[in-house]
Design a protein around this ligand. Structure first.
Ligand code: HEM
Length: 184
């Protein structure tokens, strides 16, 4: 965070004539009179975007390479992205706040409480995924899936569904294409 703060202040002191990266656009917005953005929010935004766009895909690609090394047959079919993110559980927790009191399975969650949804518990549920610890891309052949469901939330769900889902999948596909066509 300190590094981002320094970078922001440095760029603020020496603004560039031509905008060329996201930092420049954030600074432009900060300079607007009617902006809702504060310096603190800008730093937070930069940190979060760096985190969500890098840490996630890099981990998914690493796990894909590991699973494919152990499962050469799957490499032939390349139908594995959902299976990788199901098992990798890159986002192990998703947070929500209760807007009102909620009654669930005999428990009462009061209003304004923070709730942590735990995708690994869903993704490793043997009632939904047979042999959940087995990397088996074929299981997805029988499953209809677009976006998220209550059994699959590797990219979150609902209003905060991951904005980068398709981008991340394309990045992974491009990486794997290069790996399988160029790497010997
Ligand atoms: C394998 C890669 C990725 C995984 C597993 C992943 C997972 C997730 C999850 C679970 C959420 C929901 C968080 C919540 O509901 O509180 C989320 C949100 C988000 N993701 Fe990703 N993500 C990935 C890649 C990316 C990439 C590459 C980008 C950007 C280029 C990105 C941008 C975002 C943003 C901006 C949000 C917040 C959406 C909102 O709050 O409205 N993600 N991601």
């Amino acid at each position: 965070m300190r590094m981002l703060k320094n970078l922001l202040q440095e760029r603020q002191a020496n603004p560039r004539e031509k905008q060329s990266d996201f930092f420049d656009y954030v600074l432009e917005e900060l300079g607007e009179e009617d902006t809702i953005l504060t310096e603190e929010m800008a730093q937070d935004l930069m940190f979060k975007l760096l985190f969500v766009s890098f840490e996630t895909t890099f981990l998914a690609i690493t796990m894909t390479t590991k699973f494919l090394l152990e499962n050469p047959l799957a490499l032939k079919e390349l139908t594995f992205m959902n299976e990788t993110v199901r098992m990798a559980n890159i986002a192990p927790g998703i947070f929500r706040k209760t807007l009102g009191e909620i009654n669930f399975l005999g428990y009462t969650i009061p209003a304004d409480w923070f709730v942590m949804v735990c995708p690994p518990a869903v993704h490793m549920n043997p009632a939904k995924y047979k042999d959940p610890l087995e990397f088996n891309p074929r299981r997805w052949e029988e499953m209809e899936l677009t976006g998220a469901s209550k059994h699959f939330m590797a990219f979150g769900c609902g209003m905060r569904f991951c904005l980068g889902t398709d981008f991340a999948k394309v990045q992974m596909a491009v990486f794997l294409h290069c790996l399988v066509t160029k790497y010997r």
